[in-house]
Design a binder for this molecule. Sequence first.
Ligand SMILES: [Zn+2]
Length: 396
Amino acid sequence: MLTRRGMLGSVCKQCLGFSALTQAPLALSQTSSEPAANSAPALPGRFERPGIDTEEGGLWGMMDREEAKLRRSPFVIRDLALTKYVQDIACRLAADHCPDVRVHLVRTPLFNASMAPNGMMQVWSGLLLRVENEAQLAAILGHEIGHYLERHTLERLRDMKNRAAFAQVIGMFGVVGALGQLGVLSGMSAFSREQETSADRAGMRLMQSAGYDGQQAARVWDNLIGELKIRGGEKAGSRSPLLASHPPAATRRDDLMRLAGDKSGETGTTEFQKATALHKMTWLQDEIKRGQYEESLVLFDRLIGQNPADAQTLFARGEVYRQRDDKDDPQLSIEDLSRAARLGNPPVEVFRSLGLIYKKQQDTTLALQAFERYLAAAPEAADASLIKNYITDLTP
Ligand SMILES: [Zn+2]
C-alpha cells in the first residue's frame, strides 16, 4: 500500500524539493538576482566516463546495474513512440548532452522524475498524468538535467561521506519495483536546498532556451499544491518532517514565476495530449487504485475543468465516487458516469460502473440496461461472465 508520505516523498525528494529560489545560485544558474535565466554560463562539456577506481566511477557502475534492472522491469512502459517523444524533449533541453540522456518511462502512479549520474532518466506515469502540456514536462526534465549537469549527486555523496550514502543514491535513482519501497524513499534526504534552488534555475534556463513557456514551471507547482492542500493545507508539515523543514511550497511557485519573467514560449498542449492519449485510461485507473480518493478528486476536478468533454476523466471521477461511497457519492457518480456515457466514444467501463451502482440501488431496469450495453461493447471483457451472471440474477 502506498502511504501519503510515499507520495510526498516522491514529490519532494526525487526531487522537486521545497526550496526557495532566493539562495546563492550555483554553477549553471545565473548569478545576478533578476530573471535573465538565459544569461547563465554556457553548459559544461559532456562528461567523460569516470575511472572505475574512483568514487564517481563506482557510482556510475552501480547506476549501470540499476539501469539494466530497469530495462527488464515489468513496470517499464514499452511504447517506443511515447518514449521517443519524451526523449526528444529531454534532448531539446540537454542540447549537446543529448547522447548521454536515456529516458525510461515507468508505470508508477506518483509524480516523479529523476536523472542518475550515468544519464539514466526515469519519468513516472503519475507525472505524465499530472502535467498538462509539453512545457510542464520540460520544466521537470530541465530541473533533473540541471542536477545532472551540476553533478549534484557526487557533491551530495561527498557531503555524506559514508557507505550508507551510496545506498541512498541507489534508492533515489534505482528501480522502484513495488510501491511499498516508497516508504523507504520518503525518509531519505536527497539533494540540499541549495541544490534544489540551483536545479530550478538551471531548469528554467534550459526550458526557456528550448523555446518553452517558463511560466508553466510555476503551474506544475501550483497544481501540486492543490493536491497537497487537501491533506491539510499549510499544516501539511505536521504529517511530514520534510515539509516542516522546508519553506512553504507557494514560495517556490512564486519564485519560479518571477524567474520565468514575461518571456513567452510554447506550451505544446496538443502535442502532449496526442502523445499520451493511448495510455491515459490506464494511468487514470492506476491513480484510482492508489486509494487516495481526496487527492484523486482534486486532480480529476482540475483535468475536467480544463476539458469538460473528457469522457475518460469523467469516468475516473465517477468511479472514485462510486468506490468511496460516502453520503452523496452514488448520486455524484451517476452524474459523472451518465455525462461520460452521453459523450462520443465513452470508455466501455462507464457502463459497468453504472450497472454496479444501479444494481446496488436495486434499480433493476437501469442496471440491466447498463450491463447489457457493457457486454455489447466489450463481449470479450475479462469479467464478461460475471456480468452475465448479474444479468441472469436481475432478469425478472
Ligand atoms: Zn531536484
